[in-house]
Design a protein around this ligand. Structure first.
Ligand SMILES: Nc1nc2c(ncn2[C@@H]2O[C@H](COP(=O)(O)OP(=O)(O)OP(=O)(O)O)[C@@H](O)[C@H]2O)c(=O)[nH]1
Ligand SMILES: [Mg+2]
Length: 325
């Protein structure tokens, strides 16, 4: 399954509520204040913030110039406006050897799972990968990462449960450097952004890593559960105060109705979404692409309209549409 159908599938629930309003209640006509208000409401339900929803609808209002439009046009403008509100995801490049990625986030966000998927991704690209069991806090966390490391056949650096997480980070860098690894991905314990002592531990991890090299970590990724919606903004603020965030990983976009939360999140922090998790398997990680995201969020309602792939309109192939695969 390509990026497109995966993200489109992941965003089905978010898309449905918005598209239903636009297609069902609006259909075709002039954009009245009432119509705009109703659509804004649906955008809020998909966890697009008030500020962002208002910006999108203002853009649409300007484009429409008071003339009659249909729902398809309206959705296309909404998608365009939304895309322009999001920072573009950069092409990934290794910053050094090893390129060090630190994964942070609240409990259960999907950090360890994402590390497994990322390790797999880089390995299939021909790079050597090491993972570090920096979650020494939660019982079973080291074994969980070890399982992933075995599954994708990458090296792991670990200490005992309860050991100092900062020394795991420090040692893993030394080991990755000595072994000539391309990528080092460091796991951390889940922590609430308002838990002072755990945030202090994170600060220490970064401080200690920087004894090796001031540029470390090269990538600090905040992992947020796509279902968390706008609470993720508060989480992000807490982490941002401790360590500079480089990008977001939004997990569990499969099956959430809150897929819109991505937009206020990356606007708030001015950082791009780098990866999106759409399931629990190794391949269920996608490099984010804002164009395809907004299409998945606003435009792929065609799935109901084209139930039979053998009856596609002329000039179209099945891959032009999301068919619910
Ligand atoms: N459906 C779905 N489940 C996911 C995704 N990513 C992670 N999960 C599941 O979410 C749960 C928590 O994932 P973990 O990777 O353990 O999360 P974590 O952030 O490391 O958790 P802690 O270490 O406890 O803080 C697991 O059951 C994962 O299988 C995703 O993209 N989609
Ligand atoms: Mg974990």
């Amino acid at each position: 399954m390509g990026f497109f159908s995966k993200i489109a599938k992941g965003l089905t629930r978010s898309r449905e509520s918005v598209v239903k309003e636009v297609k069902g209640a609006f259909g075709k006509g002039k954009l009245t204040e009432q119509v705009i208000e109703n659509i804004e409401e649906k955008l809020l339900a998909a966890d697009i913030s008030m500020e962002v929803a208002a910006r999108i609808m203002e853009d649409v209002r300007v484009q429409a110039k008071g003339e009659e439009i249909d729902s398809r046009q309206l959705l296309t403008w909404m998608a365009e406006s939304t895309r322009n509100l999001m920072p573009e995801t950069p092409v990934w490049v290794a910053k050094a050897k090893p390129h060090v990625i630190l994964m942070i986030g609240v409990n259960g966000a999907g950090k360890t799972t994402t590390i497994g998927k990322l390790a797999h991704h880089y390995k299939t690209q021909g790079m050597s990968v090491m993972v570090a069991a920096g979650d020494t806090f939660r019982a079973g966390a080291i074994a969980q990462l070890e399982k992933w490391a075995q599954r994708v056949e990458v090296d792991i650096i670990k200490h005992q449960e309860g050991a100092d997480a900062a020394s795991v980070a420090f040692d893993s860098y030394a080991a990755a450097k000595a072994r000539g690894m391309d990528i080092l991905i460091i796991d951390t314990a889940g922590r609430l952004h308002n838990k002072g002592h755990l945030m202090e531990e994170l600060r220490k991890m970064v401080r200690v890593l920087r004894k090796h090299d001031e540029a470390l970590p090269h990538e600090c990724l905040l992992v947020v559960d796509g279902n968390t919606g706008q609470n993720a903004i508060q989480q992000g603020q807490g982490f941002n105060a401790i360590v500079k965030l480089d990008g977001l990983v939004v997990t569990k976009l499969d099956g959430t109705a809150k897929g819109g939360a991505i937009i206020p999140l990356c606007r708030e922090f001015g950082i791009p979404v780098c990866w999106v998790g759409v399931g629990e398997d190794l391949d269920d990680l996608i490099r984010f692409n804002r164009e395809e995201y907004v299409q998945g969020l606003f435009l792929k309602e065609e799935v109901e309209l084209i139930p039979d792939p053998t009856a596609l309109p002329e000039g179209k192939t099945a891959s032009d549409y999301y068919l619910g695969v």
